[in-house]
Design a protein around this ligand. Structure first.
Ligand code: F0G
Length: 461
């Protein structure tokens, strides 16, 4: 018997109109934006795959929770709703709300990182790296080699290489390493998951050297889905049971709730250790706000409590991840080179393979992003030489192994028809790829340059 197809586990109650500009209008808009997709007005974008962060659609339950939000400065009921939910799910007793993920990093790293420290991890996210380097410390990449090999079919390319990790601990000494950061799933590495086996072993190694283990858990629910569907022994557990086990191995975490919290703004720190919580409390009050709101409104905390609950249900995750997988498979069918295996929240187009004639110095992924916008009004984001930024010491450009255009899919927002427009757009650019000649940076900020950089076309004539 044919298996019943799996469709969205929701129906749509409210819709938002989006408009398509003409190709000529898009060319004018992107020129005005100095060829930086961040500078575009969102209303000039037809399908926005810039990020899956804060762009998801909330459920009717979340919207009704918003109405019941308690905006009290201290002791808000919404804070306790959020806290109770998180304590039960994560098994960590101390919860600090923050306005988003990088704010959680700012607070926690203020308490834990000092000049000269080394923070090993798996391809740190750019704000994580930014907060480490801003404190004159070093983000040391210990990701497994398979992660950099697109031919490898490793199912958990976000894993940390235990040999690399132990080597750096032995070489630099534990006194210079306040914690290890494990990013779950690994965004900068292609939205790749981390296995439970790896989490367990990294935790064991950290315990052996008495080093804290901190998770960056923006997409922990998606990671749990991959553990359930790919790792032996987890098939029968619920997502919430898997999440519980994941967090049992950590000392604490930073969370951008704009992803797997399915809220438009918000984040938190969760901790096991009271002493560290007290240290963080001081910075929270200084940078974010009082401890029971820390940069969030009561209504946002109420929506987050519901969002996390919904995001840790299998049917929701299955639908979400399958949409991303389907887009990746469709692009592959059309011969568009992508990073594999396909990740959890995004498809990453391999721009150096797409444009073999454009050197990395001429920003192949940024070029592809601009061309895709011109072609179809679709906005992706560059994860390549521009994002990699300059080495903080030598000020030389860093050359990442891949130059990628990330197409991140917001949660519960776009349909399969939208995804087909994305495929069509990339196909059109692919057909005329030889006529594209790359970009040069004409302005850049001293740190995190990708947000505000300006570009000009390379003139090959
Ligand atoms: N960690 C990871 C793994 C992330 O992907 C992000 C954000 C952050 C931390 C920072 O969180 O934005 O709430 O301050 N990623 C977004 C993205 C911006 O587009 O991937 P934030």
């Amino acid at each position: 018997m044919d298996k019943m197809p799996f469709a969205e586990p929701y129906k749509i109650k409210v819709v938002e109109q989006i408009k398509q500009l003409s190709r000529e209008e898009r060319i004018a808009k992107i020129k005005e934006a100095k060829l930086n997709l961040f500078n575009l007005k969102a209303e000039d974008v037809y399908i926005d795959l810039l990020t899956d962060s804060g762009t998801g659609a909330m459920s009717d339950n979340q919207w009704s929770a918003l109405m019941k939000g308690d905006e009290s400065y201290a002791g808000s009921r919404s804070f306790f709703q959020m806290k109770d939910m998180l304590v039960k799910l994560l098994g960590m007793p101390y919860i600090i709300p923050t306005h988003q993920g990088r704010a959680a990093e700012n607070v926690l790293f203020s308490a834990m990182v000092k000049k000269g420290d080394i923070i090993p991890g798996n391809t740190h996210f750019d704000t994580t790296k930014g907060h480490i380097e801003f404190r004159n410390a070093i983000a040391y990449d210990c990701t497994i080699e398979d992660s950099f090999d697109n031919e490898s079919n490793h199912q958990f390319k976000g894993n940390i290489d235990l040999v690399k990790l132990e080597e750096v601990i032995k070489k630099e000494g534990r006194a210079r390493i306040p914690f290890v950061v494990h990013t779950i799933t690994c965004n900068s590495g292609g939205g790749q998951p981390v296995s439970m086996d790896n989490i367990r072993k990294v935790s064991r190694l950290c315990k052996k050297y008495n080093i804290k283990l901190i998770f960056d858990v923006a997409r922990f629910a998606e990671n749990a889905y991959f553990i359930k569907t790919r790792e032996e022994g987890y098939e029968k557990l619920t997502i919430k049971e898997i999440v519980s086990e994941i967090f049992s191995y950590a000392d604490g975490c930073t969370m951008s709730a704009k992803k797997d919290g399915i809220v438009n703004i918000g984040g938190f720190i969760a901790l096991k250790d009271e002493e560290l919580y007290k240290k963080c409390s001081v910075y929270t009050i200084m940078f974010e706000g009082y401890l029971t709101y820390g940069g969030m409104s009561g209504r946002d905390m109420a929506a987050l409590a519901k969002g996390i609950d919904e995001a840790t249900e299998f049917d929701y995750l299955h639908n979400r991840i399958q949409q991303v997988q389907r887009l990746g498979k469709r692009l592959e069918e059309e011969g568009i080179p992508i990073l594999k295996p396909i990740g959890g929240h995004a498809v990453y187009v391999d721009a150096m393979k797409f444009f073999p004639h454009i050197p990395q110095d001429h920003c192949p992924a940024q070029t592809l992003g601009v061309e895709l916008y011109i072609e179809a009004g679709v906005r992706g984001v560059e994860i390549g030489i521009v994002l990699a930024d300059r080495d903080p010491v030598t000020r030389e450009n860093r050359y990442p192994k891949f130059d990628l255009l990330r197409l991140a899919i917001p949660r519960r927002v776009y349909t399969e028809n939208h995804m087909e427009v994305v495929v069509w757009g990339l196909k059109q650019v692919y057909k005329r790829r030889e006529s594209c000649s790359g970009l040069k940076i004409t302005y850049e900020a001293p740190i995190m340059r990708h947000f505000t950089a300006e570009f000009a076309p390379i003139d090959n004539s």
